[in-house]
Design a protein around this ligand. Structure first.
Ligand SMILES: [Zn+2]
Length: 138
């Protein structure tokens, strides 16, 4: 049985994978965060939550239908060194890497703008490089 969902809540079009609420770890517990397919409706002072197959309880119900979910939306700028000097290839590779990284934590990446800039970069010598090696300026 689903919880009653307030009519004032919007229905998300962008729906990242539900993630497990279970706290894991002993020193500084943090949420499990794995994909969650089970719902534990809130009762009394316990809040509603979602759980993965490993952390579900026998009374949990399948997470299906319209459910109240808090979705986090982070707006940020990410800078990556390009893997190509050509803008289209560099930008496509960077977006693909970010999509994979965000997907790995259960998120959806919505790209609103991608730009790249060609400029000078003050690089640090590789570990073990010595003054006098080709390309090292003292
Ligand atoms: Zn879990």
């Amino acid at each position: 049985m689903n919880e009653i969902v307030d009519d004032k809540l919007c229905t998300f079009a962008i729906r990242p994978t539900l993630r497990c609420f279970e706290r894991v770890g002993t020193d500084q517990p943090s949420p499990c965060g794995q994909p969650a397919a089970w719902h534990r409706p809130g009762r009394l002072w316990f809040e509603s939550g979602f759980y993965c197959a490993e952390h579900r309880q026998p009374d949990d119900v399948p997470a299906a239908g319209l459910l109240p979910v808090r979705r986090v939306h982070v707006t940020l700028d990410v800078y990556l060194a390009a893997t190509s000097c050509q803008a289209p290839q560099a930008q496509a590779e960077a977006v693909a890497r970010l999509e994979a990284a965000v997907k790995a934590v259960g998120g959806c990446l919505e790209v609103s703008r991608v730009i790249s800039t060609f400029g000078k970069y003050q690089a640090q010598p590789a570990p073990g490089a010595r003054p006098g090696d080709v390309g090292i300026v003292e």
